[in-house]
Design a binder for this molecule. Structure first.
Ligand code: FES
Length: 168
């Protein structure tokens, strides 16, 4: 047999020490390939459904109200950082030049850098790839981001400012 390394006395020593038939070792039948592709596709479909389900469940959970200390007293052209709905979620509160309060997730919708307020331009700016969002709506206006910033819904209660929800 040509594959048998022991059959050839002239074979190098390393081949005699490691008698592996590489051709038969790397052989993959059509059936094995089809099985691999089918199982791989099924796994991908399952993972996609699981991710979509987790995303829906996360969005469906109503966030409770959280006070934003100093939010109501924020001056015109100023911004304030806070966390909502959990301590893992950085947000930014902005009072624009017309006195309007707007709050957004601080996480850029491009690649998750933190956006900052640029009062002179009335924009939220992401320094990572120079992304810009409008202050009034959180819409992307320039740079790579294509999705709006999630808006934090605000409510004023007895002179205090509260974050009461997230609108994705
Ligand atoms: S991460 Fe914000 S523009 Fe890229």
């Amino acid at each position: 047999m040509a594959d048998d390394p022991d059959s050839n006395e002239q074979a190098p020593r390393w081949r005699r020490d490691f008698p592996i038939g590489w051709e038969s070792d790397h052989y993959v039948s059509r059936r094995e390939l089809a099985k691999f592709l089918t199982l791989g596709s099924a796994l991908l479909v399952g993972a996609s459904f699981a991710i979509a389900l987790v995303g829906k469940l996360r969005r469906a959970v109503p966030a409770s109200a959280a006070r934003i200390p100093g939010g109501a007293a924020l001056g015109i052209g100023e911004s304030l950082l806070f966390r909502y709905p959990t301590d893992e979620d950085p947000c930014i509160l902005v009072r624009d030049h017309e006195g309007q309060l707007n709050a957004y997730s601080q996480v850029c919708t491009h690649l998750s850098c933190a956006v900052v307020y640029r009062p002179g331009e009335e924009t939220l700016f992401c320094p990572c790839h120079h992304g810009y969002f409008s202050c009034g709506e959180g819409l992307p206006t320039a740079g790579p981001p294509t999705r709006r910033l999630p808006r934090i819904q605000l409510e004023e209660r007895a002179g205090e400012l509260f974050a009461v929800g997230v609108k994705v």
